[in-house]
Design a protein around this ligand. Structure first.
Ligand SMILES: [Zn+2]
Ligand SMILES: [Zn+2]
Ligand SMILES: [Zn+2]
Length: 150
């Protein structure tokens, strides 16, 4: 059982790396037409084209759930679970906490969240396709923490 938990945890961590690469090379590359509206200030629409990336990641996750219980529960299910958990965390942190699409955690004052928000604001400061930095989501470079840990 511990192996399954480790598979889920490992997938979760790996997803941050995959997201970093996808964000840098796909969203800010040939997928820019989908990500562009996310770099416009404010949220004029309920949904953005950027949300298409959630569907892109939901497909492998659903397939892993499908094959992860056939013929019996196996490790594929736990890889799918890791992807799902990451998707939920990504949505809560990026869309709700950072961009405040929903006003759920407006009163959070945690240093980790403050650093996350700061790093992502730096990413959004660059409206262009190429000059951005801080592509990660849950991983924040140390320098952003130092400011809040003093
Ligand atoms: Zn971006
Ligand atoms: Zn939009
Ligand atoms: Zn963003």
């Amino acid at each position: 059982m511990i192996v399954f938990a480790l598979v889920t945890l490992g997938t979760f961590i790996l997803m941050e790396g995959i997201t970093w690469c996808t964000h840098k090379y796909v969203m800010h590359g040939f997928g820019w037409f989908l990500h562009e509206d996310h770099h416009q200030p404010g949220y004029p629409h309920v949904f953005e084209k950027n949300d298409a990336f959630f569907i892109v990641f939901a497909i492998p996750s659903m397939m892993l759930f499908f094959f992860g219980i056939r013929p019996e529960l196996n490790f594929l299910f736990f890889i799918g679970l890791g992807i799902l958990c990451y998707g939920v965390a990504y949505f809560l942190i990026h869309d709700v906490l950072i961009h405040r699409r929903f006003k759920w955690f407006d009163k959070t004052d945690n240093w980790y969240f403050k650093a996350l928000r700061k790093a992502h604001k730096i990413h959004h400061k660059n409206m262009g396709k190429h000059e951005s930095q801080c592509f990660g989501m849950l991983y924040v470079p140390m320098k952003y923490f130092k400011e809040y840990l003093k």
